[in-house]
Design a binder for this molecule. Structure first.
Ligand SMILES: [Zn+2]
Length: 105
């Protein structure tokens, strides 16, 4: 059940929305209609996905079709790439953390 008062996992707006499977990670979002229509991905999930390929330049080609929402604005690949570059250290740190946690199992 998705709570109607919950915030959209991508843009942060309040519902109504419904579950939507990420195209790049084993994650199910609660997305508003606009994010669903755009096929937008959560920027945090997207960043970790890029990190898992060693960065934006080496991620699979369909990266150019990805859409995300950064600070409430829908952004395409160019801005996602810039966001990644600007936050790379932080992204890689949390990527390593996730990797280590997974390793402990
Ligand atoms: Zn949304």
């Amino acid at each position: 059940m998705v709570e109607p008062t919950q915030h959209c996992d991508v843009c942060g707006r309040k519902g109504p929305f419904s579950p939507y499977s990420s195209g790049i990670a084993p994650v199910t979002y609660g997305l508003c209609e606009e994010c669903r229509k755009r096929g937008a991905e959560n920027i945090g999930v997207l960043s970790l996905w890029l990190a898992s390929y060693g960065g934006p330049s080496t991620a699979p080609d369909f990266r150019h079709k990805l859409v995300s929402c950064i600070d409430g604005e829908y952004q395409e690949w160019q801005q996602i790439h810039e966001y990644y570059r600007a936050n790379e250290e932080e992204i890689l740190a949390s990527f390593r953390e996730e990797f280590e946690l997974a390793d402990d199992n």
